[in-house]
Design a protein around this ligand. Structure first.
Ligand SMILES: *[C@@H]1O[C@H](CO)[C@@H](O)[C@H](O)[C@H]1NC(C)=O
Ligand SMILES: *[C@@H]1O[C@H](CO)[C@@H](O)[C@H](O)[C@H]1NC(C)=O
Ligand SMILES: *[C@@H]1O[C@H](CO)[C@@H](O)[C@H](O)[C@H]1NC(C)=O
Ligand SMILES: *[C@@H]1O[C@H](CO)[C@@H](O)[C@H](O)[C@H]1NC(C)=O
Ligand SMILES: *[C@@H]1O[C@H](CO)[C@@H](O)[C@H](O)[C@H]1NC(C)=O
Ligand SMILES: *[C@@H]1O[C@H](CO)[C@@H](O)[C@H](O)[C@H]1NC(C)=O
Ligand SMILES: *[C@@H]1O[C@H](CO)[C@@H](O)[C@H](O)[C@H]1NC(C)=O
Length: 391
């Protein structure tokens, strides 16, 4: 009973490991006339004729001086071989007659690839992968997809992965269903004639690895006659596949160059445009977007690259108040001292309002004084008139 349970336990914990080991197979095994050897190893090549006075060549040339070798009795012993030992060896009589030839392929056994599995949309599963060190030998890469399911055991799926294209990481695609609750264990194996290794394993249920690419800001601009508004328009990343039941929702973040903290705004999933109502006048802003599947599957995308935009400003006011001093673009500390009092008056818009108010206050004050003075004058006049009337 105990052994039985132990057996189950062992089987459960090592199932994937043993399976992966079983599936991790050497590949590209040497054909007749071909030998494969690891860099740094010693190799013996045989001329099939036991003759005296054999002459060896590599790719039709004299053996290079970098090779450490001994040729004796129809054998060629190579020691501590490097890549320079790779090629086709021929043994000839001194007359030049070819007796035999062997191809020696020199390389490394594969080193483990690295994988990162991700779905940029709900119907597009796969792993981004980077091969390990260059093995110099034909190497086969496969994804092994193992479904951990106690009730309905599924056969492991093996997907061949080709290092296609010039850009790494490469991508290897597999099929999965976004609503599937099955946990998958995914590994990549790399096999060549010298051995087989496997990558780190990733374990997940399909929806967990959903992570869209960032949305693309297609237009970030000012709004005419509006000193505190910014207009932003974006589109879905090209890798997002639209389906009837899955949408993206978005988050926008923005800040003016004068602040270090971003303001964030969750946005309606149907629209892909937005007007920021509370931008800072006369200041450049940074804007970024990110996206997430709207029923909360998976993770937020990374933030999109920054777009810079400033709100509309009245160029006439700019011409009067800002004049030539645009080089001192507003940063957080310039223009105001710690109490917020403007110390540099060339550009600050707040000051513009302040000075208007100043002028207004002065006007009101003069008006009050004038009205008051007029009243006093009239009063004095009245008194004088009344006195002269009495006398
Ligand atoms: C060549 O290698 C074989 C096998 O490793 C060894 O038996 C033989 O003695 C070697 N010959 C020489 C001359 O080193
Ligand atoms: C084998 O060759 C490599 C470089 O080609 C060298 O670094 C290493 O020391 C050599 N090993 C032996 C045992 O000679
Ligand atoms: C080794 O030699 C074979 C046969 O000449 C050739 O096909 C292969 O590309 C060579 N490998 C390297 C790494 O140069
Ligand atoms: C950006 O949006 C504004 C406001 O809707 C529009 O007038 C302008 O033509 C758009 N620019 C581009 C390049 O689409
Ligand atoms: C005002 O707007 C113009 C273009 O509309 C822009 O070139 C200028 O930099 C803006 N000035 C400030 C202070 O934002
Ligand atoms: C800021 O400027 C105001 C007006 O010039 C001054 O009264 C105040 O002391 C200044 N504060 C600091 C921290 O420099
Ligand atoms: C505003 O600041 C700039 C640079 O800090 C300076 O060159 C300029 O004279 C200042 N203007 C005033 C009115 O203080």
């Amino acid at each position: 009973m105990l052994t039985w349970r132990l057996h189950i336990l062992l089987a459960a914990s090592t199932a994937f490991v043993t399976l992966a080991n079983a599936s991790c197979v050497k590949s590209g095994l040497p054909k007749p006339g071909v030998q494969v050897a690891a860099i740094g190893s010693d190799v013996q090549l045989v001329c099939n004729k036991m003759e005296e006075n054999i002459h060896w060549t590599l790719n039709g040339q004299v053996l290079p001086s970098s090779l450490i070798f001994v040729a004796q009795d129809g054998y060629l012993n190579l020691t501590n071989i490097s890549l320079e030992a790779n090629g086709t060896y021929s043994c000839n009589r001194h007359s030049g007659v070819l007796l035999h030839s062997t191809t020696l392929l020199v390389g490394y056994r594969p080193s483990p690839p690295t994988i990162k599995c991700r779905a940029p949309s709900t119907v597009n599963f796969g792993c981004d992968w980077t091969p390990g060190r260059e093995s110099h030998l034909p190497t086969k890469y496969s994804l092994i997809i193992h479904a951990v399911s106690s009730f309905f055991p599924k056969k492991d799926e093996i997907v061949k992965c080709l290092p296609k294209g010039t850009k790494q990481p490469y991508r290897c695609i597999f099929y999965a269903y976004i609503h599937d609750q099955t946990k998958f264990l995914v590994k990549m194996t790399a096999g060549n004639a010298l051995g087989c290794t496997e990558s780190n394993g990733e374990s997940f249920i399909p929806r967990e690895i959903l992570k869209p690419d960032p949305p693309v800001i297609v237009n970030a601009t000012s709004v005419d006659q509006e000193a505190t508004k910014l207009f932003v328009e974006w589109k879905n990343p090209s890798s997002w596949v639209h389906t009837f039941d899955h949408f993206l929702e978005y988050e926008l973040q923005f800040r003016s160059l004068r602040h270090t903290h971003f303001e964030r705004e969750r946005l309606n999933k149907k629209k892909r445009k937005y007007v920021i109502p509370n931008a800072e006048p006369f200041t450049l802003h940074l804007i970024q977007m990110r996206a997430k599947e709207s029923v909360n599957y998976g993770q937020w995308s990374d933030w999109s690259p920054v777009s810079y935009v400033g709100p509309w400003n009245d160029t006439r006011i700019k011409n009067v108040f800002i004049q030539e001093d645009l080089s001192i673009l507003p940063t957080q500390s310039k223009g105001v001292n710690e109490t917020g009092f403007p110390i540099n008056q060339t550009w600050d818009p707040q000051l513009l309002i302040d000075s208007h108010q100043c002028i207004l206050n002065e006007f009101v004050m003069y008006a009050v004084v004038a009205v008051f003075g007029l009243a006093v004058c009239i009063l004095i006049g009245l008194i004088i008139v009344m006195q002269s009337y009495h006398t």
